[in-house]
Design a protein around this ligand. Structure first.
Ligand code: UTP
Length: 292
């Protein structure tokens, strides 16, 4: 049977961003810049570099600016051209034609599971990628592409995993399972934010998934947690028991850009890879560290 290819990606971006207030009171956290590129643009670029053609944003109250960012801006482009800044105008134009973008609104931020469930009609009956709108992975081979390739091999849903330090285990969804080979696991356990004692391993879930469309059925059957949130991990755990689930330890550097520290790390790491900024930044950091 020919492998089903993955053409659609869901990017949930309807969360409140409470960890980043007050910056996220009026600006969606997904639009905060990594040097000069919004987090969500880097994620869209990763999806496109992984073979995605259609992108479904899940947005909510106060998130319209995300769509503006991917909209044509002819007046601005004309002004840039008149100023002789043609490269910049071209760059802006390219951002608008990266992929076909549609959006669905999540009425209230009732959890990641609810955000994914709201895309049921748009996704239809095909496997799809999910990339969290505030999770960055910097890697030579895009993380989403690694996931799509693992899906092509096993034809089962896949979740991205990374080893997390013990003290961070209670902050992650954690998986356990049997090794299928290098970096790949046949999962038998998934728990959302366990205590260190209850955790099956230190393999934490990172925001990249390939999901079979049957996930919608499991999401509909999953009860809300005590905070009234529909957890994607709970639905995935049910799905795993019936259909199996692959865990894949991706290669690359992960940054939680929705977290203050992760955001600063990402900015420094990406800036240190930029030829226009790195030499000055390196010298500045050396000096700064000496003075503090
Ligand atoms: P997070 O849990 O990191 O987002 O969800 P949050 O709820 O905004 O975070 P804090 O804790 O309040 O700072 C990961 C991704 O899922 C989206 C978020 O926008 C983020 O990109 N999300 C989360 C939704 O789309 N809907 C939700 O109900 C929750």
């Amino acid at each position: 049977m020919a492998a089903k290819s993955i053409k659609k990606a869901v990017i949930p971006a309807a969360g409140l961003g409470t960890r980043f207030l007050p910056a996220t009171k009026a600006v969606p956290k997904e639009l905060l810049p990594i040097v000069d590129i919004p987090v969500i643009q880097l994620i869209v670029e990763e999806a496109v570099a992984s073979g995605i053609e259609d992108i479904i944003f899940v947005t909510g109250r106060g998130k319209n600016k995300i769509l503006d960012h991917f909209d044509d801006a002819p007046e601005l482009e004309q002004k840039l051209m008149a100023l002789g800044k043609e490269d910049l105008a071209k760059k802006l134009k390219k951002t608008c034609s990266l992929a076909k973008i549609v959006t669905v609104r999540q009425q209230e931020p009732r959890g990641l599971g609810d955000a994914v469930l709201s895309t049921k009609e748009l996704v239809g009956d095909e496997p799809f990628l999910v990339l969290l709108g505030d999770d960055l992975v910097d890697s030579a081979r895009p993380c989403a592409r690694q996931m799509v390739e693992v899906y092509a091999e096993y034809q089962k849903s896949v979740v991205a995993l990374m080893r997390v330090p013990e003290e961070e285990v209670p902050l992650f969804g954690i998986c356990g399972g049997n090794s299928l080979g290098e970096r790949t696991y046949d999962l038998d356990t998934m728990v959302e934010k366990p205590s260190v004692q209850d955790a099956p391993s230190n393999l934490g879930i990172v925001g990249r998934y390939v999901l079979e469309p049957s996930i919608f059925k499991y999401l509909e059957e999953t009860e809300l947690d005590e905070d009234g949130q529909l957890q994607l991990t709970d639905a995935m755990a049910r799905m795993m028991k019936v259909e199996g689930f692959i865990g894949y330890e991706f290669t690359g550097d992960h940054y939680d850009a929705g977290d203050k520290f992760g955001f600063l790390q990402a900015n420094l790491a990406y800036a240190l890879k930029r030829r226009d900024i790195a030499p000055r930044l390196r010298a500045y950091l050396r000096d700064l560290v000496q003075r503090h």
